[in-house]
Design a protein around this ligand. Structure first.
Ligand code: CDP
Length: 210
């Protein structure tokens, strides 16, 4: 049984959806590192302060139910807007932000069996993970999924705009200097374009139990 599972990939590849289900089926803790970058971005957007100021005394907590807390306040919904997505990709370029969040993430991973998703989990945060998955899908399909997700949550959504934003964020995340989005050499590539959520979950469960 693989105790530490790392899942990386671009926006909309299905990382959080499948990771949550796999965690529930295996009784593992799910750690959404993107939510942590989003929380930093939300604080910057709300306070109008610099990232340096914001990161100094920030407190980010993820609970078992998937709720996200920023300085003691629940921000689970607020961090999912397109504005925060853009902001997260911006703050994620800063070395000091990555250092602080990476330390926190490593500490969270010491508490038993975990599945952690993000951009740099297999390459930087948990290079010794027992199983590394790189999830991807075409940009069209990823934009379609994000469009449906935003609509379902009641946000106004424009497909072409979402596609543009996802492509831009992919580019920014892949080209940044520190800990760019990349597939670890020992990761298993899963293209989910033509797979259902249940098919992807089944593949990961098989690999985790191998
Ligand atoms: O949900 P989605 O895949 O769109 O994004 P996310 O996982 O919530 O991550 C939001 C942003 O945070 C990404 O675009 C990255 O720039 C950044 N991020 C990162 O740099 N490293 C991570 N381990 C996780 C997220």
């Amino acid at each position: 049984m693989k105790k530490i599972i790392a899942v990386d990939g671009p926006a909309g590849a299905g990382k959080s959806t499948v990771s949550k289900i796999v965690a529930a089926r295996l009784g593992y803790t799910y750690i959404d590192t993107g939510a942590m970058y989003r929380a930093v971005a939300l604080k910057v957007l709300e306070n109008g302060k610099s990232v340096e100021d914001v990161i100094r005394d920030i407190e980010i907590k993820l609970d078992e139910a998937g709720k996200v807390f920023l300085d003691g306040r629940e921000v689970t919904k607020e961090i999912r807007t397109p504005e925060v997505s853009r902001g997260a990709s911006d703050v994620a370029k800063c070395g000091f932000v990555r250092k602080k969040l990476t330390e926190l993430q490593r500490q969270m991973a010491t508490q038993g069996s975990v599945i952690m998703d993000g951009r740099d989990i297999g390459t930087q945060v948990l290079p010794n993970a027992d199983l590394k998955i790189f999830l991807t899908a075409t940009v069209e399909e990823r934009a379609r999924r994000r469009f449906e997700e935003l609509k379902a949550k009641g946000f106004a959504a424009d497909f072409e705009q979402i596609k543009k934003e996802i492509s831009l964020r992919d580019k920014q995340d892949s080209e940044r200097e520190i800990a760019p989005l990349a597939m670890a050499e020992d990761a298993i590539l899963l293209d989910t374009t033509n797979l259902t959520i249940e098919q992807v979950v089944a593949k990961i469960l098989r690999l985790a139990q191998a």
